[in-house]
Write a new protein. Structure first.
Length: 202
């Protein structure tokens, strides 16, 4: 079987510096390869996520894989995918069809990207003690999305989020696929809150 050349990009999301932010690989395909080949590419990349895109004309099919598994949703790899497509001349907005539904990324005249994602509001659950032990921080509130994908842990302030030193084995034992820790930003910041995501099961 002849070798196939696949356009591939390394993208660093949420930063303006090389080798900072959140890295993702982006592969532009004419058609999806067999699952085992996609997973082998993601494993070889060894990045938090690799995105695989197929142009369907009025939208792009999009799948995400970690080095170990395929996942249902990934924000930063979607942003990275849109950035690559905009750089390739694709017009905004871009529609991605995914396991989690249709996701849209638009671009403003100044180049900022805005993502429209599905709303998965969490329902409060009593997991504060387990989350606090796993995260090594006091937790004020915990909730989980109805699909049990995300556990949300609210902490008191920005410093608590930034200083987290979680026990990833214990985080993996929490009843969700991934854990988001969030807290209000310090006064005077240009943003309202800070968040970190931990997904040791992926």
């Amino acid at each position: 079987m002849s070798a196939q050349s696949i356009p591939y990009f390394d993208v660093f999301a949420f930063t303006n510096r090389m080798f900072a932010g959140n890295p993702a690989g982006v592969c532009l395909l004419t058609e999806f390869l067999p699952n085992e080949q996609l997973q082998a590419i993601a494993t070889q990349n060894d990045l938090p996520e690799t995105a695989f895109l197929v142009d369907r004309g009025d939208h792009f099919d999009l799948r995400w894989m970690t080095p170990a598994v395929e996942v249902d949703l990934c924000g930063h790899a979607t942003l990275a995918s849109a950035h690559c497509l905009f750089e390739e001349g694709v017009a905004a907005p871009i529609r991605f069809v995914t396991r989690s539904g249709v996701l849209t990324v638009d671009r403003s005249p100044d180049g900022l990207l805005a993502m429209d994602f599905p709303s998965w509001p969490p329902t409060e659950i009593d997991a504060r003690a387990a989350a606090a032990e796993a995260l090594g921080s006091l937790v004020e509130w915990t909730g989980r999305t109805d699909n049990e994908f995300f556990l949300l842990a609210l902490v008191s302030d920005e410093r608590s989020v930034r200083d987290l030193k979680p026990d990833l084995h214990a985080v993996g034992g929490l009843d969700a696929s991934a854990v988001i820790v969030t807290g209000p930003a310090d006064p005077g910041q240009e943003f309202d809150f800070v968040s970190r995501l931990f997904a040791p099961k992926a």
